[in-house]
Write a protein that binds this ligand. Structure first.
Ligand code: 5AD
Ligand code: SF4
Length: 435
């Protein structure tokens, strides 16, 4: 039996898919290289904005054709859209055999039993399942041998008014620290060099178990063989001084941070219920810049939240210009069912949102170009994670892709690279030293 999983959305979904693959392999399934060759096709879905929803609906339309060609193939839908709209999918797409939400991935073996005997299996848990920790005991099938995602918490207790995540991922629950440390140890024993801690809001880690996030960072840092630690995503309000001090003091903590600010105007931030002001956000960035050597930033921005005026938008542009992010991910506001902002009129036309997005990207382009030029003739530490033809590929500690020429085999090694050329999205360089 062969499986194929198509993953939409964020790192949480990527890591969930890696877990699902691990579970399927314990059930005797092997990976298929394409959808057409699989006995079981699973879509792991995202529902953060309307666009990802539309992608899933149209992919399901395609998959229906697959099933008419091969009636024996089983189709599954999971992830955030399944959690939010699983029953709607079930009624509109009767050929889907298996639907499960984000809180019951550990129940796949049981659900597959039903599917195998020809039943339709649908399980969407409203409440968190205390047995979810069984997931930690299943293997994880990872695509990247050197950089590994490690989920340290699930869910989100923030109530950002635009966001569907509290409804799709449930309440914040921190994973047991010992289980995390054991996983990290076993990853480095198997050749992994970079540990990327993930969760909807990792900076809130440990609040429910009285174990602060900075302590987790310190303990991971001590494990021999951990070359690099990253984490995504944090909320500015939880970006406390002790986390910043820890980022500054640990030798294997990278000097890059993804810290979404969403909007620059205090009025919009309040409507979004982000619980901070523009000045507070800028203060966190200032502090990080002063403590963590050569730190770089990336961020998420929502454009055109209900009632956003040109003046509000100018505050967003001001933050972009003040911080100088290396990368900006900007999204047009999209009204999501169940969210507190759902009842607000989505009053900005697509034309205005598009125009603001264009202006923001224009400004950002100039900033990125300027920042990238700064790398020229510098020596950067790069962790080499891939090789394409004769070029090795890796990321700097600041999270920039680097193409490297080397006569030695440097795959899976950390190297010092002299940057010879800077592009818009990537750097080129020559190896100076293998670390
Ligand atoms: N509309 C547009 N963008 C959104 N995001 C989250 N919810 C919405 C929404 N309703 C963006 C935020 C978040 C990123 C993952 O997606 O910027 O940080
Ligand atoms: Fe999409 Fe959010 Fe779910 Fe990630 S957590 S898959 S971004 S809806």
């Amino acid at each position: 039996m062969k499986y194929f999983i198509k993953t939409y959305g964020c790192q949480m979904n990527i890591n969930d898919s890696e877990k699902i693959k691990g579970i399927l392999q314990t059930q005797g399934y092997e990976p298929a290289t394409k959808e057409e060759d699989a006995d079981l096709v699973i879509l792991n879905t995202c529902t953060i904005r309307e666009k990802p929803d539309q992608k899933v609906w149209s992919h399901l339309g395609e998959i229906k054709k697959l099933k008419s060609k091969n009636p024996n193939v089983k189709i599954g839908v999971c992830g955030c859209m399944a959690q939010r709209a699983g029953y709607e999918i079930a009624s509109k797409m009767p050929f889907v055999d298996l639907i499960f939400g984000t809180k019951n991935i550990h129940n796949i073996p049981k659900l597959l039993e039903d599917v195998k005997v020809g039943n339709r299996a649908i399980e969407i848990l409203e409440e968190e399942d205390p047995l979810e920790n069984i997931l930690d005991s299943y293997p994880t099938v990872r695509d990247n041998s050197y950089c590994a995602y490690v989920t340290i918490m699930r869910g989100c207790d923030k109530e950002c008014t635009y966001c569907v995540v509290p409804f799709t991922r449930g309440k914040e629950r921190s994973r047991n620290p010992q289980s995390i440390l054991d996983e990290v140890k076993s990853l480095v024993d198997n050749g992994v060099l970079e540990i990327h801690l993930i969760g909807q809001n990792v900076t809130a880690y440990g609040k429910d178990i009285d174990y602060p996030f900075y302590k987790l960072l310190e303990n991971i840092s001590k494990i021999e063989g951990v070359k690099r630690i990253r984490f995504t995503t944090g909320h500015p309000i939880d970006m406390t001084d002790d986390i910043i001090e820890t980022m500054a003091s640990l030798p294997n903590m990278v000097n890059h941070l993804h810290l979404p600010f969403q909007a620059g105007s205090d009025r919009i931030l309040e409507l979004m219920k982000r619980n901070y002001t523009k000045a507070y956000y800028l203060n966190r960035i200032e502090k990080l810049k002063s403590k963590v050597k050569d730190i770089t930033f990336s961020t998420d921005i929502i454009i055109g939240f209900p009632t956003e005026t040109e003046e509000d938008f100018q505050h967003t542009l001001d933050v972009v210009q003040t911080v100088e992010f290396e990368q900006v991910f900007s999204f047009k506001y999209s009204k999501r069912p169940n969210t507190p902002a759902y009842h607000m009129e989505d009053d900005l036309s697509d034309e205005i949102k598009t125009d603001r997005m264009k202006r923001l990207l224009e400004i950002q382009k100039a900033i990125t170009s300027k920042l990238m030029r700064r790398y020229e003739n510098t020596v950067q530490k790069v962790l080499v994670e891939d090789k394409k033809e004769n070029t090795y590929i890796g990321r700097t500690t600041t999270n920039v892709w680097c193409n490297i020429t080397s006569s030695n085999d440097i795959l899976g090694k950390e190297v010092e690279v002299l940057i010879t050329k800077t592009g818009f999205q990537s750097l080129d360089g020559v190896v100076q030293n293998i670390l």
